[in-house]
Design a protein around this ligand. Structure first.
Ligand SMILES: [Zn+2]
Length: 420
């Protein structure tokens, strides 16, 4: 049997809604390699996204394969079935070799009382004074606390086990990288909760290589982090310590690492993520998904002419259908409707006005996070334009690609993985 697929230390999740930017994205990883840091690309696309756009995972795979072949990329690359459940996993089986098992829906649903009791009995090490190396202060827990946490997460982990076993049956053990995601839920998980969840995952024998907790603070789509950066830094380091401990104590693969979802544009926490990862010698996976689609719009707007007209049309339609577009993303966007410009005004904008409002440049006073977030979820509008939108991408390939590569490399890969 061939060797099991192992995710390297640094990886970046990239989203390519219309399957036209894989080369431009890979170019950013090549720049990182040239700078001396290996960051492998993982093309991620959720079922929700495929459904909204009307694409299939085979297209994501094909675009990735073409980019890799044409740019001569020799390192690993993967295709991620992002946020799949037992109901949606099927269509991803062929094309993907990374599966993000989304069990957020099960969080808070109580597991069978016998299972909860058995879990508590199996883990006396998680009751009382719990010392995790590299965390200064020990945690103090009680049996009741452990039971509470189990009641919140055990059913979710069991569900992940069902999806994992389904995948093993259909793809084979070691033929894919499993991740468990718990980010799209209401409340963040503390480091001690993360450790307890990892114990449950080990019991369920899921050899995860990444885990995506919900971190403290807001991770809204396409905009900066909102929250206490100091608190985030502390918890992020404690999460790394908990993972190290879990690798030793529960026998996870040594490459187990954190996965940061909605990781694009979280500029204010990249420095602390980078520092923590260096300090712990840890790896990290950061999913950036939708930021690329916004760079397509920026490239089109910058190109002027028909490109700018298309960018304006996307906004006009997104504005008209704002409620419907935002609904699937309610927990991860925060739009101030009063701050959205009127489409009539936008129709008179120059290229520069449009790109200044959209481009995530906090130094620019014209930057408008509400405008940006609405367009972030507005990709459905472009997908409805069909070939007209894709033609515009092709006509303006160079200027779009330049924006995609620069954004991914300069604003994301460099601060997160390379450091300034
Ligand atoms: Zn996510």
């Amino acid at each position: 049997m061939s060797k099991a697929i192992m995710l390297p230390r640094f990886s970046v999740g990239v989203g390519d809604r219309f399957a036209h930017q894989a080369k431009a994205q890979l170019a950013a990883c090549i720049k990182a390699a040239e700078a001396g840091v290996d960051v492998v690309p993982v093309w991620n696309k959720s079922n929700r996204e495929h459904t909204i756009i009307g694409t299939e995972p085979t297209q994501t795979r094909a675009a990735a394969d073409v980019a890799v072949a044409s740019l001569g990329w020799k390192q690993p690359y993967l295709v991620d079935a992002d946020h799949i459940t037992i109901k949606t996993v099927e269509r991803f089986l062929e094309s993907c070799d990374f599966f993000t098992l989304d069990v957020a829906e099960e969080i808070g649903r109580a597991a069978a009382p016998d299972d909860v009791d058995a879990f508590v009995a199996r883990h006396p090490e998680l009751i009382g004074e719990v010392r995790i190396p590299r965390i200064a202060e020990p945690f103090h827990t009680t049996g009741a606390f452990l039971k509470d946490v189990a009641n919140k997460f055990l059913a979710a982990v069991q569900e992940a086990g069902r999806i994992y076993r389904f995948l093993v049956e259909h793809k084979g053990e070691g033929r894919f990288v499993p991740e468990i995601s718990m980010d799209e839920t209401d409340s963040p998980q503390t480091p001690i909760e993360l450790l307890i969840i990892l114990a449950a995952i080990a019991d369920e024998k899921i050899p995860i290589q990444t885990i995506a907790p919900k971190f403290t603070g807001r991770f809204n789509k396409g905009v900066d982090y909102v929250g206490d950066v100091g608190q985030f830094a502390k918890e992020f380091e404690e999460d790394l310590a908990a993972i190290d401990f879990a690798v030793q104590r529960y026998g996870f693969l040594s490459n187990l690492k954190l996965s940061v979802h909605s990781g694009s544009d979280k500029f204010s926490i990249y420095k602390v993520i980078h520092e923590a990862v260096v300090k712990f010698g840890a790896g990290v996976h950061v999913k950036t998904a939708g930021t690329t689609w916004l760079e397509e719009l920026i490239g089109l707007a910058e190109a002027g002419g028909n490109g700018l007209e298309i960018a304006k049309e996307v906004y006009r339609e997104a504005f008209a259908h704002a409620e419907e577009l935002c609904k699937p993303y309610a927990t991860v966007i925060d739009i101030d409707y009063k701050r959205l410009p009127q489409p009539e005004d936008v129709s008179n904008w120059t290229s520069e006005q449009y790109t200044s409002a959209l481009r995530h440049d906090l130094q620019n006073s014209a930057y408008n996070p509400s405008f940006r977030q609405l367009l972030h979820v507005g990709f459905k509008v472009a997908s409805k334009m069909g070939q007209r939108y894709l033609n515009a991408l092709q006509e303006n390939e160079e200027i779009v690609a330049r924006n995609v590569t620069t954004n991914l490399y300069e604003r994301h890969i460099r601060p997160i993985f390379i450091g300034h």
